[in-house]
Design a protein around this ligand. Structure first.
Ligand code: ZN
Length: 162
């Protein structure tokens, strides 16, 4: 069958940013499984997978607006160095997890050290990047009623095994 809404798709993928250097990938022999048509993967990739079948391979280029969004200058903020644990290895380019006032954990990237303050970037680390995916579709199957109810794929590569 072909990839279409509410299919469970399992795929191997590799992501690079145009220079061929892998920044993310599925684990070897462990394809990622998701329910198609529900925004579980970046929209620019999801749209290009529609109609593919098991065994198909494709290279997909996704512009920032269809990926993790444009880089938003408002995401750059200066925070006091005292906000970080003493001895934290603060280096430009380093990504760390931070907890917001709401308790959400978000990735932030350190951009610059300025005396007593640190410039951090709250944008997604891949914001503003053009994404290059190499994907191979391993399996396409109808989602079970339980998967549709839970809103995620079960089994290998899925959210959890039951
Ligand atoms: Zn479940």
């Amino acid at each position: 069958m072909k990839v279409s809404k509410d299919c469970v798709v399992s795929l191997e993928y590799r992501l690079h940013l145009g220079d061929g250097k892998t920044v993310d990938s599925s684990a070897p022999g462990k394809p990622l499984a998701y329910i198609h048509g529900r925004g579980q993967i970046v929209p620019g990739l999801e749209g290009q997978l529609a109609g593919l079948s098991a065994g198909d391979a494709k290279q997909v280029v996704v512009v920032p607006a269809q990926g993790y969004g444009e880089h938003d200058a408002r995401g750059l903020q200066e925070v006091p160095r005292t906000m970080f644990p003493p001895g934290a290895p603060l280096e430009p380019g380093l990504s760390i997890s931070a907890q917001t006032a709401d308790g959400d954990v978000i990735p932030i990237t350190i951009r610059e050290l300025k005396g007593d303050t640190v410039v951090v970037d709250l944008n997604h680390p891949l914001a503003g990047k053009t994404l290059h995916f190499d994907v191979t579709v391993h399996e396409v199957r109808q989602a079970t009623a339980e998967e549709l109810e839970h809103g995620h794929a079960h089994g290998p590569g899925g959210a959890h095994d039951h």
